[in-house]
Design a protein. Sequence first.
Length: 306
Amino acid sequence: MDTYYTHIITEEVDVIIGSAASTNLNDRYDFSLDVNVNAPQHLMRFAKTCKNLKLFVHVSTDVTDEIILAMKSCIASTEYDSTKNLKRLGLERAAFYGWYTTYHMTKAMGEMVINEIRGDVPVLIIRPSVIESSYKEPTPGWIQGNRMFDPVIMSYGKRLLPAYLADPNVHMDIVPVDLVANTIIAAIAKHGIAKKPELNVYHVATDFLNPLRYSEFFDYIHEYFNANPATLSGISIAKMKLFKEFSDFSKYIRDELLQHNGLITNAPADLNKITLQNLQKQYKAKVAYAEQLCKMYEFIGFFKAT
């Protein structure tokens, strides 16, 4: 940004909204730190130069207030070059400090950094639960991208995920994106006028007033995908099987995908060795994908807020 526009912004802007974030639960640790921690810090430092600023809004996540962050210990920094190892490093650090994923840990760190350096800047933090498609605006069912719980939904629809790791009676807290947007607007209207140098936090969730169990959720998407298939096979999709133990889930996934693949156990006699090896690799990749996906989202399937 050039000097001219920077000057105009610092002179005229009265509300800054920081909603950019990495919402991928399996992002690289360094990338999550940069987007979820460093970026909000830079934005707050810029906000402090704005002469007419009435409110700084930071969109976080609802889980950040549910766990105690243990910051008494530290882990020696280790350098990794590969994306795979950086993802693993993030998950290891998150687990060490009491967080489910790299995403939740770095979002909490972003909040702490903002509060640490804000000074007398009025701050509004919005903590939505799992944001999914809209209720009404701009049109029912609208959402941009493939994020949060969407990979699970689409994997089930494409017959890549016949089972899931979750307690069927646990409530799944999903909030429509337009309700989150409306909450932000209403909260800005309330606190932007006051211009008090305080920190206000809003949790945006639906579980208390409109609870939805995992069993009900997967019944709904089963009904949807049978009416609107995500594949061209024309075969009706089976109901999602829910498991509480990873070992049971893993065994079922392997058996189901093996049966669905078919050629692994019932390969024609004329099938050449290379083709068979490729099919076996595809099978192993599908199993690994399903297991990784459910491990990544496991905390949501058993999370009971108090």
